[in-house]
Design a protein around this ligand. Structure first.
Ligand SMILES: [Zn+2]
Length: 112
């Protein structure tokens, strides 16, 4: 008896050994389970830990980072300054396009 997919609640999870993820330009392959219906992948916990370890050693694991900033006003618009650490880490520069997503009370800014 295979497990039901927790994502779609319809498909069944089958074993797979080719869950591919890309972190900082490196490609990691993990073993885990994949849903027969929605294709959602669930890497085994041990495999995820191994990927995190490897990515950390390679210096590409994105450390969670929380910073506080104050919004300033220019004209009639609020301006948010990107902290210089993030600017460097994400290699952002003036003129770059970003995607702004509202998630409840959060604002997610992603380089495009
Ligand atoms: Zn599914």
């Amino acid at each position: 008896m295979t497990k039901k997919c927790p994502a779609c609640n319809t498909g069944r999870l089958g074993k797979t050994d080719n869950i591919v993820s890309e972190i900082g330009g490196y490609v990691f392959v993990e073993k885990g389970e994949r849903c027969s219906n929605c294709g959602q992948e669930f890497p085994f916990e041990k495999e995820s830990q191994r990927t995190i370890e490897l990515a950390r050693r390679l210096g590409v694991w994105p450390e969670p980072l929380t910073l506080y900033r104050t919004l300033s006003e220019v004209g009639n618009s609020l301006v948010f300054r990107i902290p210089s650490d993030l600017e460097r880490q994400l290699k952002l520069k003036a003129g770059d396009e970003v995607k702004v997503t509202k998630l409840g009370h959060k604002i997610v800014i992603e380089p495009v």
